[in-house]
Ligand binder design. Structure first.
Ligand SMILES: [Zn+2]
Ligand SMILES: [Zn+2]
Length: 506
């Protein structure tokens, strides 16, 4: 069984209720990259699993835009230093295209997520707080400050200071959280800010100043929304990390049975020179990934087991991702044997409802074809290639192959290892007598009118007499390498006339 179904079953069995809630969320402090997307897709697949069980469910995404601005990310003016300590939703947009800093990054991610077919209800934490949503949870937390401290101190070397409170307060004058706060009981707080301002507030009325500290805010949300499932990354899951404390606070402070929340591993890019990091500014977004993977394949990448690091390949491993996807597609359509889990991986990834299994041309095969055949001629070529394999093609198959070819081309031009790049060799080559004989025989075969498949069969016949030397010398003569794509495909991709000319002029 796929993990999405295992977890949804557990959620439904352990927490009988009318409507289930799956939650996700992040602080919009910068560009949300494909590492963060693992969280969204993990929750999304479980949400899909709950729906499949015939239960009602909703998937909410909380923007933690009432969090403080901590540091100026790369690429943003140093002037933003002045805003450190203010809520992200009250900062201006550095590019002046949205209402705030937070909204800029939020809308970017929302657009990206839409591109891979994810529907989710976005909720702004700023709005929640401003609407007084958490007033009671704030009061409960303040009254149970000692309990919360006791829980947090269990995991701390240095205990929290005496006057510690589970809340932050943004000064009404300077907007920063550099405030010393006192709880006066019954919704009332007094504070003194570093800027000199001091005041007394009732947080039922002044709702735009107070929020809960992260470790308390998280379980407060679970309780308010009735969250049943929320997985998270390693950064929250260390011993005594925010997950451990959130569970205890949820139970002991808010009296709420915490959601199910497995941990998922990291995301790494493979074949990119540098490791993805926001501070280096070399992070990868969904939009960039879409240039080499179609939306359903991006989703497919995230269906891998949660306890495994996902490697997103920009190198030759990209072949494997595409081949795995094509295989799961065949299994889904009953064209190949395979277990239920693989079938489900495809089902969770797919965005299209094809009536029958598309006939695919593999990514690796296309890498050679697109280097030799112009886009205009490719459709015709692919049609003949599939026909020569006895495959009846329709428009959709060709459209899909061409769509894939565009991505292959982009991959070759931007990421592929140098050795993939091939062109017809013009180098002078010394041939032994036997090799001359092979080339002569091969020329005769190439001259004959035949389909690519027939050509390949005849080449195999030739290899029965001469061994694998047939392939070695052919690749060396044609592309200056020791190996290459299926020889007949290569010959037809180059064009038989050009191949014969090359053979003649050796
Ligand atoms: Zn903007
Ligand atoms: Zn102030």
């Amino acid at each position: 069984m796929h993990w999405a179904d295992i977890f949804s079953k557990q959620v439904v069995e352990k927490r009988p209720k009318e409507e289930y809630v799956v939650e996700s969320g992040i602080t919009p402090s910068g560009v949300v990259h494909i590492g963060n997307v693992r969280e969204i897709l993990t929750q999304y697949f479980v949400y899909q699993g709950i729906l499949k069980l015939g239960k009602k469910a909703k998937f909410i995404y909380i923007w933690d835009d009432f969090d403080r601005f901590r540091k100026v990310p790369k690429g943003i003016s140093e002037k933003f230093k002045d805003y450190i300590g203010m809520p992200l939703s009250s900062l201006p947009d550095p590019w002046n295209c949205h209402k705030s800093y937070a909204e800029h990054f939020e809308s970017k991610l929302e657009e990206e997520i839409k591109k891979i077919g994810i529907e989710v209800e976005y909720i702004s934490a700023t709005e929640l707080y401003k609407n007084g949503t958490f007033v009671e949870n704030i009061k409960t937390s303040l009254e149970k400050t000692e309990k919360i401290k006791e829980i947090l101190n269990k995991f701390r070397k240095e205990p929290l200071p005496k006057d510690w409170l589970p809340i932050n307060l943004y000064c009404e004058k300077c907007g920063k959280d550099s405030t010393k706060i006192k709880y006066l009981g019954d919704y009332k707080l007094s504070y003194k800010c570093k800027c000199g301002f001091e005041n007394e507030i009732d947080f039922r009325k002044t709702t735009d100043a107070v929020n809960l500290k992260w470790r308390v805010d998280w379980p407060s949300r679970w309780k308010f929304f009735g969250v049943d499932f929320e997985s998270s990354g390693k950064e929250h899951k260390s011993a005594g990390g925010s997950w451990d404390t959130a569970i205890l606070i949820s139970k002991e402070v808010f009296g709420y049975e915490p959601p199910l929340g497995p941990m998922y591993e990291f995301i790494h890019l493979k074949g990119q020179k540098e490791k993805m990091s926001s501070s280096k500014g070399n992070i990868v977004t969904i939009s960039q990934l879409l240039k080499i993977f179609k939306p359903s394949i991006i989703r497919f990448l995230y269906t891998q087991r949660l306890n495994k690091t996902i490697f997103i390949p920009f190198d030759f491993d990209i072949y494997k991702v595409y081949n795995d996807f094509d295989r799961c597609e065949k299994i889904y359509f009953g064209k190949e044997e395979g277990d239920e889990e693989l079938k489900r991986k495809y089902e969770l990834s797919k965005l299209e409802d094809y009536k029958t299994c598309p006939k695919r041309i593999s990514f690796s095969e296309l890498t050679f074809l697109v280097q030799f055949i112009s886009k205009e001629k490719l459709r015709e070529y692919l049609k003949n290639l599939l026909l020569s394999r006895g495959v009846k093609v329709d428009k959709l198959d060709l459209d899909l192959a061409l769509e894939r070819a565009d991505r292959v081309k982009y991959w070759i031009e931007n990421y592929a290892p140098e050795e993939i790049k091939i062109k017809l060799s013009t180098e002078k080559i010394y041939l032994t007598e036997e090799q001359k004989e092979i080339i002569n025989k091969l020329s005769e075969i190439v001259k004959k009118e035949s389909s690519t498949e027939e050509l390949q069969k005849q080449i195999f016949e030739l290899a029965k007499n001469y061994g694998k030397g047939v392939f070695e010398i052919s690749y060396r003569v044609l592309i200056g390498k020791n190996h290459g794509p299926r020889l007949a495909i290569l010959i037809d991709a180059i064009g038989r006339d050009k191949v014969l000319e090359r053979f003649r002029n050796l």
